[in-house]
Design a protein around this ligand. Structure first.
Ligand SMILES: [Zn+2]
Length: 362
């Protein structure tokens, strides 16, 4: 019995050791297949019924998807396969999708999504330079790599059948064609590191530029997180300004889409957060009052941020603002300035996320 318990214990220890060493595999939605796509360097494809070796340079074309089947064309052959299908690269090669390359393998699921399945570190090598200019200082890129890794692990299964999509909705990822030497070093030198608060992986939100001050999470999305507190950012970002003019007609047309009909006479009031960002835009007419969330207003009028003032005249509205993005968590341009001032990536992360630790997760 003792022997059994001992071997069981060793087994569990070995299992947990091997699990803790494994790099997680992630499933990234590249796009929904709407038109013909050419793949290259394909070694084999299989679904639950059949496995097919693809010879030569592994070029095949996805012609179209009908109901639950995909129509493929390689060489002179046309194949109709039931979805989902898995697509593997040729040995030591990277699969091409049109003229871009993606590490790991691909899946086409029965909802027509082209999904890239690969290990998290390989994914980050494509995501970091897609999210931050790869010529930024190495310590800023390392802060970005750790934030992006943390973001992924906190958002697994965000899309149900896959983890993250490859657009700004989740995290921008353009694959191996966008990899650069410096951003690859940033990923490798921080391998497996994530940001934690009380031992838990945090929601590592980040944005382009704070415009001088970052925002408390609850003032943007309503959720309070102790580590997502407003901080005064580097002074350089106060000069990151923008201005946009919208005519009264532009405003009325856009608001009509929200079923808000305003007459010629209206008043506009901005309700601000403690950092001066617009929480709500209140539009007052003679007999009505409409409240629009600042984040929604930013989206409708395509404004760089919610950190703005307005000036109204007879022709329209001038918006004078600072920064780019939602303003919560790490500011990418701020990280660049901090790195130039000599901060290392851990200092940068701790500057933007309060009371956190950087922990090796695998
Ligand atoms: Zn998404």
């Amino acid at each position: 019995m003792k022997k059994f318990i001992l071997s069981l214990l060793i087994f569990i220890l070995l299992l947990s050791f091997s699990l803790s060493q494994d790099i997680p595999i992630v499933r990234i939605g590249i796009s929904k297949i709407e038109r013909e796509i050419t793949l290259s360097n394909v070694g084999k494809i299989h679904n639950s019924y059949i496995e097919i070796e693809v010879g030569g340079n592994g070029i095949l074309t996805i012609k179209e998807i009908e109901n639950d089947s995909v129509i493929l064309n390689f060489g002179k052959d046309i194949l109709i396969l039931t979805l989902p299908i898995l697509i593997y690269p040729q040995k030591d090669k990277i699969i091409g999708i049109n003229s871009y390359y993606y590490r790991g393998m691909l899946e086409i699921n029965d909802e027509k999504w082209l999904i890239n399945i690969l290990n998290l570190e390989d994914y980050l090598m494509g995501a970091v330079p897609s999210e931050m200019p790869p010529y930024y200082p190495l310590e800023a890129l390392k802060a970005q790599a750790v934030s992006a890794r943390t973001y992924v692990l906190a958002n697994l299964k965000k899309h149900g059948n896959f983890d993250l999509c490859s657009s700004v909705h989740c995290q921008v990822y353009k694959g191996a064609s966008y990899e650069r030497e410096k951003s690859n070093i940033a990923v490798k030198e921080t391998m497996g590191e994530v940001i934690t608060y009380n031992g838990q992986i945090i929601k590592a939100f980040y944005h382009s530029s704070s415009g001088g001050i970052t925002e408390n999470s609850e003032d943007v999305w309503g959720g309070y997180y102790p580590y997502l507190r407003s901080v005064k950012d580097v002074e350089e970002l106060e000069k990151d300004t923008w201005s946009i003019f919208l005519s009264l007609n532009d405003i009325k047309n856009k608001l009509r889409n929200l079923n808000i009909n305003i007459q010629d006479m209206f008043d506009i009031i901005l309700e601000k957060s403690s950092t001066d960002r617009v929480k709500n835009v209140i539009i007052k007419t003679d007999n009505n009052e409409f409240v629009i969330k600042g984040t929604q207003w930013r989206e409708i009028f395509n404004l760089p941020s919610t950190l703005f003032k307005i000036d109204i005249n007879n022709e329209g509205l001038y918006f004078y603002g600072r920064g780019k993005g939602h303003g919560v968590g790490l500011s990418q341009e701020g990280a660049k300035f901090l790195a130039e001032k000599g901060y290392n990536y851990k200092d940068i992360i701790k500057f933007y996320y309060q009371g956190v630790d950087i922990q090796k997760w695998y």
